[in-house]
Design a protein around this ligand. Sequence first.
Ligand SMILES: O=C(O)c1cc(=O)[nH]c(=O)n1[C@@H]1O[C@H](COP(=O)(O)O)[C@@H](O)[C@H]1O
Length: 274
Amino acid sequence: MTKQELFENIKRKQSFLCVGLDTDFKKIPEHLYEEEDPIYAFNKAIVDATARYCVAYKPNTAFYESLGTKGLWALEKTIEYIRTKYPDQFIILDAKRGDIGNTSEMYAKSAFEHLKATAITVAPYMGEDSVSPFLNYPKKWVILLALTSNKGSQDFQLVEDANGEKLFEKVLKKSQEWGTDEQLMYVVGATQGSMFADIRKHAPNHFLLVPGVGAQGGSLEEVVKYGMNKECGLLVNSSRAIIYADSSESFASAASIEAKKVQTEMAKYLQAII
Ligand SMILES: O=C(O)c1cc(=O)[nH]c(=O)n1[C@@H]1O[C@H](COP(=O)(O)O)[C@@H](O)[C@H]1O
């Protein structure tokens, strides 16, 4: 998907919501255990209930890998279902990959050729040759970790060098030598508040993937205030607060209500730019 296509979808749906498919077998409603593939059945119902309110889905691979081959099969089927039934959705494989070049090539092949995701999250720590294999796919995206939502983001990402430059700022600057804003996005946690203004100093035009609203308590209003640009430039993810809104047989309609709530707030913010 191109950046322009993504922005068109955001305008048409009045939403920049990404629904996180962090599907935990222990948290899905018990009645689904009777299904042949409970994880897939859960995801399918969540996707059907939320697709009209979001522009992206983000399955986090950890939840699927933890179940072995059954989980991986559910992940493949989920991505295939979204691709065929909702082809306008931007599908982010949240795998946080990155390794020496020939290994990254295999990770890229798995994400883009086999699973056919639109984007993958990548850790920048191993540098250019660990990231560039993911950038060889037209219309596919690399989402580099810049300033994450967790407490540990202070351990390395906020550390300053002798000139007062923080590590996440170096990541933003250096990585722009590797790819354009048509193929690179950055992860910035919603919990980082006014730090979005610093991010925008270094990456004014890039899309940002913003996890951390909902269960982690980040503020959508602050993210928009400091992070939105003229093409929106934001994909805001919420996982648990939407997909586990209810654990009864009405789980899907509860997820739909939660997604709609976030979308309604987003539509209000989008008025400023469209
Ligand atoms: O890369 C990510 O998506 C990510 C980066 C980050 O800084 N913080 C973060 O929470 N995430 C992911 O975003 C999702 C957040 O889920 P909820 O807290 O349930 O909305 C999880 O899949 C996390 O792995």
